[in-house]
Design a protein around this ligand. Sequence first.
Ligand SMILES: [Zn+2]
Length: 124
Amino acid sequence: MPLSPRAQAERRARNKRLEDPVPVKRIRCKNCGKLTEKRKPWAKFCSSSCRHEFARHGSAFGPLKTTLENLVKKWLKDYQERVERLERALVELKESQAFLRTDIQNLKFEGADADRRISDLENK
Ligand SMILES: [Zn+2]
């Protein structure tokens, strides 16, 4: 049975209201914590993959993931600093090794020179 013209107009108005763009509002994704555009009035997640993840693992997963990510970043930063310090120490060690080599060569040279002078004196 066809709808009356008035009912049809009401339905069109209702559908149009549903199609109206939702004013841009930002929400924080319940799973990953990213700020995202709220595309639907009921939206809670930034993407369908986040929605599925949240459904699979529950609310604890998102904050835990963020915490873990931050922890891993901090650990990596700490390790990077330690590696940089070790690299600097290694460079300093190599430099002092080179100085020591020069000192040893000088000493050997001086020792040989002294030996030569002693043998010169003995031969006189
Ligand atoms: Zn998300």
